[in-house]
Design a protein around this ligand. Structure first.
Ligand SMILES: *Cc1c(COP(=O)(O)O)cnc(C)c1O
Length: 497
């Protein structure tokens, strides 16, 4: 491992103050941590302390321990971000050392970091969105529907190579309509990837149907073909085949469609592809979201492109998408008096938001490149740490690396939380991998098919949850932001290793 810059801050308290000045410059932090023979923190030394020593003409031999001053304000490793913020504000200090149970400094939080939060995946606007939005205002197309809705549908469809698309108010709304279009009825079952965000499967319940959860496989972190096959065999035996299978493409990467689709075809079960996280990814040259009978994208604020909130449903079948548009606008029959024969929803995207989407779509290729670059920087920075197992990208897959995720080999939830706490202390937003749906209280009792039947290697999703972490991954992260994440994660891993 390369030396931790934090280690450069530690100096023996017996160091004469004149020698400390050079160390201060080398650390470039404006602070040093003077430690005693046992490695305990005796005091912090700021450049202000050294300046005063100079002005007071203190003898060169005066040690750091002898400088005037008082015991430093410190926190222990359980300190939360809020506690640190309060401490910094209350005392007007710029650095807070973190000490272990024996009083040895293990970390330091700066006021500057806390004022510059690093988000996991924040919106990143391009140059053209405002022009589209201004056009919507100028032309008074503020009401839902309008030329940008049509344009966004056409352009997104062309981008992913699916001929028909319906712009909707959210990815969740698109999932709900997708299930209705696949005729999911109360009492039906629907299979769904377990390792996902809850919006993949809540719409199953909206339809009055019951989910059956399918594990992930280690090679893609997406739906396990082995688990799906066993689940379909079971369902066929019980004479309860699912109405559809929701295949999720996690964290910017497609599932193994060549293995999953033939299984579904064998049993005549259609696939609803949840591509909310994978717009811009490809699988064997084809766009993620172009494989299911119906597929869904999301433009929520944290996704790779955003309309602040929104979704899209795509399908090859024109009538399916026409029906999605009808159901999303209260299911009006073509009559001036608002005739209704079925239940509809208010799920359509507005023309203003579609304008934002058109601008965002134009920068999607750059967003993919930026996120992949973020991932490459992390991978290179941690190349020497074998315990970090990045989400794999098998041959033939091209992930967007929407989120840069890894699992710590041999790691558990305790270590994961310790790492997340330490990042959060520095105002760096990171998260565990999605908590699998089969472990959610909401879905307790739902059937679950693990990747392997033997205990070891079974429940891949559960293991990834325990050991997995998603790092800041936004396309607008600066190199300085990435350095901060890398430095902090290294320091933490060194301590937990
Ligand atoms: C974000 C997301 C959704 C829901 O999309 P919204 O636009 O937020 O409603 C569905 N599935 C997955 C996997 C997601 O990540």
């Amino acid at each position: 491992m390369t030396p931790d810059p934090f280690e450069l801050l530690k100096v023996p308290a017996t160091l004469p103050w004149v020698e400390a000045a050079a160390r201060m410059d080398a650390s470039a932090q404006g602070v040093l941590l003077a430690i005693d023979g046992a490695g305990r923190l005796l005091r912090t030394v700021t450049d202000g302390d050294l300046r005063r020593a100079l002005l007071q003409h203190l003898p060169d031999t005066t040690t750091l321990a002898q400088l005037p001053g008082q015991a430093p304000l410190t926190v222990d490793e359980s300190a939360t971000l809020a506690q640190l913020q309060a401490l910094i504000q209350q005392h007007g200090i710029s650095h807070v050392p973190v000490v272990d149970a024996d009083g040895r400094p293990v970390d330091m939080v700066t006021a500057r970091e806390l004022s510059q939060r690093i988000w996991m995946s924040s919106p990143h606007l391009g140059d053209e969105e405002t022009a589209f939005v201004e056009d919507a205002f100028r032309s008074n197309w503020i009401a839902p529907l309008g030329p940008h809705v049509d344009g966004f549908e056409r352009e997104l469809g062309a981008y992913v190579g699916v001929p028909h698309a319906a712009a909707l108010s959210s990815g969740t709304a698109a999932m709900h309509l997708g299930l209705i279009l696949l005729d999911v009825q109360p009492g039906d079952t629907v299979f769904c990837s377990s390792l996902t965000f809850v919006a993949s499967c809540n719409p199953i319940r909206y339809c009055g149907a019951q989910p059956v959860f399918i594990d992930a496989e280690p090679g893609t972190w997406n739906m396990s073909p082995a688990a799906l096959e066993r689940a379909l065999e079971w369902a066929a035996r019980e004479n309860r085949l699912p109405r559809c299978v929701i295949v999720v493409n996690l964290y910017g990467q497609s599932a193994d469609m060549d293995a999953l689709l033939p299984l579904c075809e064998r049993y005549g079960v259609p696939v609803l592809e949840d591509a909310a996280e994978s717009l811009g990814a490809t699988y064997k040259g084809r766009a993620s979201g172009s494989f299911g009978a119906i597929a869904v994208y999301s433009f929520n604020g944290n996704k790779i492109i955003t309309t602040s909130g929104g979704g899209m449903l795509v399908a090859r079948d024109e009538a399916t998408v026409a029906r999605a548009r009808k159901l999303s606008t209260q299911a009006r029959e073509p009559a001036a008096h608002y005739e209704h024969t079925e239940i509809g929803f208010n799920y359509r995207m507005s023309n203003v938001l579609a304008g934002i989407g058109r601008g965002q779509l134009r920068v999607l290729p750059q967003r993919v490149e930026s996120r992949r670059r973020v991932f490459d920087i992390y991978r290179e920075a941690f190349a020497d740490i074998a315990r970090i197992e990045w989400m794999p990208e098998p041959e033939g897959y091209r992930s967007t690396r929407w989120l840069s995720c890894f699992a710590l080999a041999g790691g558990g939830a305790q270590e994961r939380d310790r790492i997340l706490r330490s990042l959060e202390r520095h105002s760096i937003e990171a998260r565990p991998v999605w908590k699998p749906m089969h472990l959610q209280p909401l879905y307790a009792g739902a059937p679950y098919f693990p990747h392997a039947q033997h205990a070891e290697g079974g429940d891949v999703a559960g293991r990834l949850f325990d050991a997995g972490i998603c790092l800041p991954s936004g396309s607008n992260l600066s190199d300085a932001d990435l350095d901060r994440v890398i430095d902090q994660l290294r320091r933490t891993l060194r301590r937990t290793a």
